[in-house]
Design a protein around this ligand. Structure first.
Ligand code: NAD
Length: 478
């Protein structure tokens, strides 16, 4: 028996959780439950995180959490429990299988069976933002090698475990050559360790367009956090109903499973909600804890129920549905079908599947890191970059010279174009001269001169090379 923490959540949460637990019990799943309270009541009791210390203890002890959707009260400084969970428990992988159920659920895509694996902890989601001038705010996009390795390796291990043929990577590394470039580079490195699995890379814009158009050509797709956020919703939607999908958030020690929809307060308490999203989440949970047999039993019974046309109102359709049922009746229909397989939809086969162990990340030997210069960001309200350059030339010393000025990444000095629109935020690159050695003392001296000459420096970024390889981007037009 595996002890699992459960939370019934808010809105339709209790109804769909009761339906799901009834199916798990009827299928003799080898799990027992430890119920906690999270969500609206906890928030409104004054706990802005939506979760108590005892609830944390239960999740950290059991390490497996099946969660019904919760309502996050608007305003009032309440923090998203999902974001808190992901970050605090290190749930680095978000896994969302998106499968169409044609012709039983209406969709334009009849053969879609794609799993979106989204990096869950890094990227712009670190939420480190700063206003630096009147007109400019920045958000830091952080991508780490261990972060890339973990999620990409997870995608290949997942493909191996579930008999998938191909892993596709989406990035925008033609533009973000450093951050997305690292994700793509690590993808190539890890892919080489799985020669039996096909791999490919797409630039995210055309990749997302292709998923929306011909999703049947994609199998497992892995991508950084923000792209994954958008693409996983598109992928779920085009299967015909976001109400059917479950998702898993996987960490090195803990994992959380949930439906992808919210608490649907508009239909709460009416016994009309579709419990399929949470049922599918519970199936992923069973696979995770190594009970592939029960996962298979329940999923095939669920597929058969959908195929029998026994549908809740959200997917009920005169032409493809036979019986309109409520939440509890749908669960009973799934229970009745335990042991049966769908005839037309492809049945699943998870027998013998278990969770897979991810190798521990091994840090590479430190590179030889050399300081090449510094990018100084200045708040300046002039319009002619020549004037700014004249001020900045006063900050140089014999080791470090002004090399270029960019505005929103576009080179405006030397030899800028009058047509380039400039805002009040200027990136001024000071770089070493020929073979000169730059040290942090040169940068401190430069900044002190900036104060003396009245340059409003709002931020600096050191320029490093790692084993001789440039670790910073060039300016557009440089
Ligand atoms: P929602 O997903 O709750 O509802 C959107 C629409 O889909 C509604 O019309 C709803 O009735 C319908 N719907 C959703 N799930 C359904 C189901 N299982 N069966 C039938 N119909 C279903 O999204 P929302 O209205 O934007 O958000 C409502 C609340 O849920 C908000 O407080 C939001 O913060 C929260 N939320 C929670 C989670 C989570 O806990 N993981 C995720 C998303 C939203």
């Amino acid at each position: 028996m595996t002890k699992v923490t459960i939370a019934k959540g808010d809105g339709i949460g209790p109804e769909i959780m009761d339906a799901t637990l009834k199916i798990l019990k009827a299928a003799n799943a080898k799990v027992e439950f430890d119920e906690i309270e999270v969500g609206e009541k906890v928030y409104l009791s004054g706990n802005t995180s939506g979760i108590s210390d005892e609830a944390w203890n239960s999740i950290r002890t059991n390490k497996v959490f099946l969660k019904a959707p919760i309502t996050t009260p608007q305003g009032g400084g309440y923090k998203s429990l999902n974001v808190t969970m992901r970050k605090t428990l290190g749930l680095f992988a978000n896994v969302r299988p998106c499968r169409s159920m044609h012709p039983f659920v209406t969709t334009k895509h009849h053969a879609m069976d794609t799993v979106i694996i989204r990096e869950n902890e890094e990227d712009l989601y670190a939420g480190i933002e700063h206003q630096q001038t009147d007109e400019v705010i920045q958000c830091l996009k952080l991508i780490s090698r261990p972060g890339c390795e973990k999620i990409i390796r997870y995608a290949f291990e997942y493909a191996k475990q579930y008999g998938r043929k191909k892993v596709t990577c989406f990035t925008k590394d033609n533009i973000m050559k450093q951050t997305d470039g690292l994700f793509h580079k690590v993808f190539n490195e890890v892919a080489a360790e799985y020669p039996e699995i096909e791999n490919e890379h797409w630039i995210i814009d055309i990749g997302a367009a292709r998923i929306a158009d011909t999703p049947e050509k994609f199998d497992v797709v892995v991508m950084p956090n923000l792209y994954g956020d958008v693409v996983s919703d598109i992928a779920a939607q085009i299967t015909g109903s976001v109400g059917l999908a479950g998702s898993a958030n996987i960490g090195a020690s803990c994992a959380m499973f949930e439906a992808i929809h919210g608490s649907a307060p508009d239909i709460a308490g009416k016994n009309i909600a579709n419990p399929s999203g949470l049922i599918n989440a519970a199936i992923m949970m069973l696979n995770h804890i190594g009970d592939g047999d029960t996962a298979e039993l329940i999923q095939n019974a669920w597929l058969k129920t959908i195929e029998d046309g026994i549908h809740t109102v959200d997917i009920y359709n005169q032409s493809s549905s036979k019986t309109k049922v409520g939440t509890a009746e749908f669960a009973d229909a799934v229970i009745n079908n335990l042991g049966q397989k769908p005839a037309q939809l492809q049945p699943v086969a998870y027998k013998g599947n278990g969770s897979f162990k991810m190798p521990v990340y091994k840090r590479k030997q430190q590179a030889n890191k050399e300081l090449d210069g510094v990018d100084v960001f200045a708040h300046w309200v002039g319009t002619n970059p020549e004037e700014l350059a004249n001020q900045l030339l006063k900050l140089e010393n014999e080791n470090i010279k002004l090399q270029m000025i960019t505005n929103r990444g576009v080179k405006v000095w030397p030899n800028g174009f009058e047509e380039t629109f400039c805002t009040d935020h200027w990136r001024c690159r000071f770089a070493k001269v020929n073979e000169s050695k730059v040290d942090k003392g040169d940068i401190v001296e430069l900044l002190s001169k900036g104060v003396v000459h009245g340059v409003d420096i709002v931020k600096t970024e050191n320029l490093y090379s790692f084993d001789g390889e440039r670790g910073y981007s060039l300016g557009q037009g440089q």
